[in-house]
Design a protein around this ligand. Sequence first.
Ligand code: MOS
Length: 752
Amino acid sequence: MAQTGFTPLTYDDTVGQPLERRGGRAKVTGTAPYSAEWKVDGLLYAMPVLSMIARGKVVGINSAIAESMPGVRMILTPENVPRVKKVKPAGESNFGTSLASSLIPAAERNVYFVGQYMAAVIADSFEAARDAAMAVKLEYEVSEHQTDVFQSPADERPKDLQGEPPTFTMGDPDGALKKAAVQVDLEFKLAANHHNPIEPHATIADWKEKDGEPFLRVYDASQSISLSQMTLVQMFELKPEQVQVICKLVGGAFGSKGLMWPHSILAIMCSKVMQAPVKIAISREMMYGGTGHRTPMFQRVAIGADSDGKIESLIHSGFASTSRKDVYAEAFTMPSRSMYATPNLKLDQTQCRVDSQLPTFMRAPPETPGMFALEVAMDVMADKLKLDPIEFRKRNEPSIEPHSQKPYSGRHLVECMELGAKQFGWANRNQSPRSTRDGHWLVGMGMAPATFPALGFPTAARVTLKSDGSAHIDCCSHELGTGTETVQCQLLSSLLGIPVKNVTMELGDSTLPPGGISGGSSTTFSLGGAVRKAVDALKSNLLKLASTNADFKSLKVDDVRFAEGKLVGPSASISLVDLLKQAKKDSVAEVGSFQPGKDSKTANHSYGAQFVEVGVDEDFGIVRMRRMLACYACGTIMNAKTARSQFMGAMIMGVGHALMEETKWDHHLGRITNNNLAEYHVPVQADIPKIDVMWITDPDFNASPIGGKGIGEIGITGVAAAISNAIYNATGRRLYDLPMTPERFLKGSAHA
Ligand code: MOS
């Protein structure tokens, strides 16, 4: 077995309980504080002026009409915009900042995409700002643009893929592929996607002089409050205590709020100029040019296997896009490093530059697209070998991770496939396509594994024990709607042995101990690690306080534990309330810090298996979901209810990725044409069938300080492949491009 990374913990049964998510009532009754909704006195409103060409230069800004419109206070242009210090964006600084793009809004004359913020109107009302922004006339020098990723030369290599080289070769993959008894060699084209969280991005910036010193408070819809605070300190050349960033609640993000986009910087500039609070609440339409997207991708997966179904060679290559000016590299080949045993492996990625907005991470950035291509190719191979897809995968179960040669921290993929198959009734599937009908629907089943790495970000948390026996957690982490507060209170309740109703948490404010980015399914893991450390420190502290009692005198910290509201030693226990009373303290507090290990001895991932049943109407190319089931192994599940919701939500998003979601450009104009929820299709209730979610309990303390590995993203991975594989089982037709819309079904894949 793998080496242990963290000392295992045992929990009482608070951890894992399906407790209701805290804050739910505030959300449904409309009192929850979303970033656009803070009441700030004297608030002004700003609206960016958007570029309407994809490439060129602004050579003139005519704002005479806009200036004369009622309620307009000021037009910000490159002429009068306040300077900010240049800092490296996240993509260039390895998340040293949270700045998405190096483009400074209203300061740049070069146009890199449609929807770039070339100027801004500040006004008394949202409507006045919006109307005047439309009246600002930009004069351009137009250059030729290219927004079609598949028409652009992908001749550039990304500098790195999440810190690793963009190419990797082990053995002789090309030679082994050629020699293999059975081969598949497939190409996949994936459309761009947009995140479309319910809450659009918004920023309220409040720049004031306080005692002759500037003070900047920012309410920002964000998945990275602490890093944004540090970034603003640099950009606006302020001291850390002069900048406060607040985000109490995020109404969904899926990665789109992971970095700070130009509207946030623009709101701050406007506020600085006006010395008044300024809000920028961007529209759904503007989110299609201003807050990132999942890049379109081209992928090739080639597999060579021997006649027993052992993989001899695996090749995964292709390209994604980035913007003309900045870099985001989508690491879609990553899952092929760790899914299957192979003696020969090649991963190779390039990128192209297009004249559109910068892509960014979107729910399971590399795994969602990467697992689609890999797991459809695996299904094609299983079919060629006449093996059940699960049996084929079992024959290629690795003992160590091929890429790193490390043992797995905890894998359980085979158990997930077997348990899921049993529950789903996989044995009833007919391996031959086109063998099941229900009226005019052709019915098929498909499966694919799911995977996501166990990631952590540096995080600090303060735990305070109060003399009334209650406890409190402070951390500048995020409530993305996933239950951060609920789950961490459960964890602390269990670690301290006090009832969960006596535990509270404050988050979402940069004056609290710094939290990591709430991305990469890392929050529960990282914040939990910090809480665990804080509790350890608290235990030493309390033991010191208790050591005036004879029973605790020369005890070591390992001799005592927390249980039922007491500090328990080998021969006696003392209630925490009495202990603080005796020490004459209202409270004791400790800060714990979690730092992810650099050199893990294990390959740390979660796994799962997706099963779907679809019905296909061949005449119209309509695919209907009939059933979905998944079984996951993500380590300790901290809250059965919020976990189930996370998994289920991701599976639903997977249906969107598979069948509907597609950002479309008019490449002639370089514009996105379906920049709204009427034309960009996401699944609605009627699209979604019965979903079953199950999991294996496998506390993984090799990978995680709390045994749980993060669950926010794994649920979307593998879904699109399972659906494509089910469509094949239903109809005998393979679909290699996403989304698998009726048009694509009827047309068939060009390279089928
Ligand atoms: Mo996620 S794409 O790490 O918010």
